[in-house]
Design a protein around this ligand. Structure first.
Ligand code: ZN
Length: 617
């Protein structure tokens, strides 16, 4: 069953803080009555869905009778799934308007409960399809045209046969999921609450408790001594728990290794790529190509040292501001600039933007209690997408605006072309839609920048994004790969060992042996802080999306119409095929060096331009 509850994006840069006063214009607040006219209508629908979930068991054992029976079950369950998604979208958006409102939190919770009940009530479907077997399923698909929209789900289910175990073993594995998931909980409780964060006194004389938010803010200090102090204190507090956090992360990794082995996968990586049917060479090629491109990354770091005017660049200098974009952009500017920047996608694309801008799809400005960050939610198939922003009228807000609208247009194009059953797209393609927009926005802003300072600021922004989304995320993926490989060999993974593995990567990526950057071993405990390490291997998606998105944006600039058509087709394909195949149809094989070399070339072009501007006085 397909469900895109939060087709949210976690563009890693989104830590918008809700500070500005609420802007009262209702046109800047989303219209939830497009989902349900009244709260009472939502309550009625909830009760109706609950009743229908109770009746699902009548389909159990009927799928294999004949094609018509299978179609009837698929259609009934699909329709219910779609209604449930709409119900949940309303509850989720409403609760994000004010996360302090307990009635709305309760509504959201009740939708979540219904979703998990639906999940339990339909858990028999995949085993039943597997029991029917490929031959019979294929004969049903051939005999009944209505099953065409279900064929992808049915074949995807059958693909899982070699990794599906006996009912008793499946039962044991299902019961093991909760205990095996606990290390992530332990990390969260520790890092968000019980870890004693240090207090530091910075150059302004004020004492500051260095929790995660304060660390993220103050590592960007323009005062170098403060940056060093912040790094020393923050990583010092993690170092004190290196053994504990290492044992905890090892437990998470051993859980992944256990699951992979139990389900007869080659490795934990193999298992994590299975859901998207992603060929392993995609990840291997990404890592190999990023390593090959390290001299280009080192060129960037040297440029950073030059702009910071430091001779001995250190790891604590990596977030120091080089320039800043001082221009402000209100939401009308964001609309205008996004439309202009995305004009290369053609009228079909920009018409969707214009339509969405004119209607109330967005909750634009921060307000007290509103959820932080930004996302697009496109899960209400029969309605339009919704976007939550916290627009602060700066360049970052403009960039997030263009990013989230990429997700929104992706959803609209998908819904136009695909039935509900094929509308659930993968993160791999989702972030392509949004990151390509950031690339085009950057090109547009650079082209229309008037002063040298403005140009330098935009170039710097683009370079910093490649550093954070491409090099850093691939370093994370390599850490996950190396540590899981050690665990699979049965080698002990202590905190000390993890620090050693991380240190090797940190030093290699940042050119420590080549005098590009000094990496104090005290900072090599950074792995202990990264929450993504508790969530499998998915970090590589950010790096591949960045390379793929930049490649497709370049292709549109160079080839025009044929590349533009392929890009629109990629977005319109939704979840009708696996993301690797969709990319191939769009003209790029993500298992080859091509897209990664294109991104490297792009980075070099940006640095050429930057050096040219820096040489001008
Ligand atoms: Zn995103």
């Amino acid at each position: 069953m397909s469900r895109i509850l939060l087709a949210a994006c976690a563009s890693l840069l989104l830590a918008a803080t809700a500070v500005a006063a609420p802007k009262g214009d209702p046109a800047l607040v989303w219209e939830l009555s497009d989902l349900f006219p009244t709260v009472a209508a939502w309550d009625t629908e909830r009760a109706a869905i609950e009743k229908e979930i109770g009746g699902i068991t009548r389909f159990k054992g009927t799928l294999g009778r004949d094609a018509k029976s299978m179609l009837k079950a698929m259609d009934t369950l699909g329709a219910l799934d779609k209604r449930l998604a709409r119900l949940a979208v309303y509850a989720s958006l409403k609760s994000d308007e004010d996360v302090r409102a307990s009635a709305e939190q309760a509504r959201n919770q009740s939708a979540a409960t219904l979703l998990s009940r639906f999940g339990e009530a339909t858990a028999w479907i995949r085993p039943e399809v597997l029991a029917i077997g490929a031959a019979k399923v294929e004969s049903f698909i051939a005999a009944e045209g209505g099953l065409k929209k279900n064929a992808f789900f049915l074949r995807d289910t059958l693909r899982g046969a070699p990794h599906t175990l006996s009912p008793e073993t499946e039962d044991v594995l299902a019961q093991s999921a909760n205990p095996l998931g606990q290390p992530g909980q332990v990390y969260s409780i520790f890092a968000n609450g019980e870890l004693p964060y240090p207090t530091v006194t910075l150059s302004d004389g004020k004492a500051l408790k260095l929790d995660q938010a304060a660390y993220e803010k103050n590592r960007q200090s323009s005062n170098r001594a403060d940056r060093k102090k912040v790094f020393d204190a923050f990583w010092g507090s993690f170092k004190a728990f290196e053994g504990t956090l290492g044992a905890n992360l090892q437990a998470a990794m051993l859980g992944n290794v256990f699951n992979a082995k139990a389900r007869k996968f080659k490795s934990a990586l193999d298992q994590s790529l299975f859901a998207d049917n992603m060929p392993e060479p995609v990840v291997r090629t990404l890592i190999a190509e990023v390593n090959r491109a390290l001299p280009t990354f080192h060129r960037y770091l040297k440029l950073r040292a030059r702009m910071l005017k430091v001779k001995d660049l250190a790891y604590y200098d990596v977030y120091a501001p080089l320039t800043s974009i001082k221009n402000t952009y209100n939401v009308d500017d964001s609309k205008r600039l996004t439309l202009a920047a995305l004009a290369p996608f053609g009228a079909e694309y920009t018409d969707i933007l214009k339509d969405g801008f004119a209607k109330r799809w967005m909750h634009v400005y921060p307000q007290p209690g509103k959820a932080s960050g930004a996302y697009m939610n496109g899960a209400a198939y029969d309605v339009h997408p919704y976007l939550l922003l916290n627009h602060n009228d700066d360049y970052d807000s403009l960039s997030v605006f263009a990013h989230e609208w990429g997700h929104a247009v992706h959803s609209v194009l998908t819904k136009r072309a695909q039935p509900y059953e094929l509308s659930n797209y993968a993160t791999f393609t989702a972030e392509t839609a949004s990151i390509t927009n950031e690339v085009l926005l950057f090109e547009h802003m650079l082209a229309q920048a008037k002063t040298r300072e403005e140009k330098i600021a935009f170039l710097n922004e683009a370079l910093d994004q490649i550093r954070g989304s491409y090099f850093r995320q691939t370093m994370f993926a390599e850490f996950l790969l190396n540590t899981h490989t050690l665990a699979e060999k049965g080698e002990p993974l202590t905190g000390e060992r993890m620090t050693q593995v991380y240190c090797d990567l940190l030093r290699r990526y940042h050119g420590a042996a080549k005098d590009v950057m000094k990496v104090d071993p005290a900072y090599c405990v950074e792995w202990a802080f990264i929450p993504h390490f508790y969530r499998g291997f998915y970090v590589y998606n950010y790096a591949t999306s960045m390379a793929g998105g930049a490649y497709l944006a370049d292709a549109i600039a160079k080839q025009g119409e044929p590349a533009r058509k392929k890009f629109i087709a990629l977005l319109s394909a939704g979840g009708s095929d696996y993301p690797y195949n969709l990319y191939k149809t769009a003209g790029v094989d993500m298992a080859t060096p091509t897209p990664y070399r294109a991104l490297e070339a792009r980075m070099n072009r940006i640095m050429d331009e930057m050096e040219k501007l820096l040489a001008e006085k």
